[in-house]
Design a protein around this ligand. Structure first.
Ligand code: CP
Length: 340
């Protein structure tokens, strides 16, 4: 059976630790060792949404391992795609995902997909229909470059925290909601919650109101992982209490799930919580005033976090972005490399 990489939910902690060790080795030897793990292999990178880090780190990572990446943007240089089965295709879409996935499987060794939610009905978006359709029809591994989770970001965060903290067990990590003028995807928040719980952190999810709590699929999974490590997942709406003695503050904005498709009703709540910005006063409450800060990027400065926080020595944002390259190389090697 083709092994896809759609989320880390079914990855054990040991598997993740092994991949991080592999990524560390690739990072340490990047300039010294010429790699050919993907020699003669091709990868399709299918982007339904914009990207800076994901696109560049995947293209460069494939190149550095001797392979070739082709970038496709459906609806912009590539044909718009229908992903539902059994529909009369008399709208915008020119071809069906079944043909797209089967054709790309003949050309490529792996298909990577970025497909954000439609933001109309969470009940629909949580099915992750686009990437699931690719996974159904592809005969090569399909890799998630961010849909309703962002597993590559998870791995980069995990590697970065491993580098800076060493052991992560029993340390406190806060995933804090922050303001953004638009409602954003819950993917990175879901992912941060999962990976932090899996790595043995005590996790606090800080958000404005109960409506901003994440989908039960990810809350429950995180609680299960935390329990396996003898740790906990706590929801808080108290900013100062959440930051107090934290080792790590991870910031992300997301839209409240009950308001999907009714964003004008969510806006007043979001607007009333601009004070969730990560600033120097809040970071001073973290462990010995020295807690680490990170964010997946892109990030609006002085909306989500202040200039001073982003530029401080405790900020991991650039390290985490760099580590996308190394963990993805390790992942590609695992999925399609000659040594798999
Ligand atoms: N963090 C992240 O995925 O960045 P891009 O959206 O720029 O790819």
């Amino acid at each position: 059976m083709t092994r896809h990489f759609l989320s880390t939910l079914d990855w054990s902690r040991a598997e993740i630790e092994a991949l991080l060790a592999d990524a560390s080795e690739l990072k340490a030897t990047r300039r010294a060792v010429r790699r050919n793990d993907l020699a003669g292999k091709s990868v399709a990178l299918v982007f339904f949404n914009p990207s800076l880090r994901t696109r560049s780190s995947f293209e460069i990572g494939v190149f550095e391992m001797g392979g070739h990446a082709v970038v496709l943007e459906p609806g912009k240089g590539a044909w718009p795609i229908e992903y539902r089965d059994g529909v009369v295709m008399d709208g915008e879409a020119e071809e069906h995902v079944e043909e797209v996935a089967r054709v790309l499987s003949r050309y490529c060794d792996l298909i990577a997909v970025r497909a954000f939610p439609k933001f109309q009905r969470w009940e629909d978006d949580r099915e992750d229909a686009v990437i699931q359709a690719f996974a159904k029809y592809a005969t090569v591994p399909v890799l998630n470059m961010e849909t309703i989770t962002h597993p590559c970001q998870e791995l980069a965060l995990a590697l970065t925290l491993r580098e800076r903290l060493g052991t992560t067990d029993g340390k406190k990590l806060v995933v804090t909601w922050t303001y953004h003028p638009r409602p954003l995807n819950t993917a990175v928040a879901n992912s941060a919650l999962i990976i932090a719980a899996k790595m043995g952190f005590d996790v606090t999810l800080l958000c404005p109101t109960p409506e901003y709590v994440l989908d039960a699929r990810y809350m429950d999974a995180a609680r299960t992982f935390a329990k396996e490590n003898g740790r906990s997942v706590t929801v808080s709406h108290d900013v100062d209490a959440a930051y107090r003695d934290a080792h790590v503050v991870y910031a992300k904005s997301w839209g409240a799930l009950p308001y999907f498709g009714r964003w004008d009703e969510e806006k007043p709540i979001r607007d009333a919580h601009k004070h969730f910005i990560v600033d120097e006063r809040k970071m001073a409450l973290t462990l010995e005033g020295n807690g680490l800060f990170s964010h997946c990027l892109p990030m609006r400065r002085n909306v989500k976090a202040t200039d001073a926080v982003v530029r401080s020595p405790s900020s991991l944002v650039i390290d985490e972005a760099e580590n996308r390259l190394h963990v993805q190389k390790a992942l590609l090697r695992r999925l399609i490399g000659d040594a798999k």
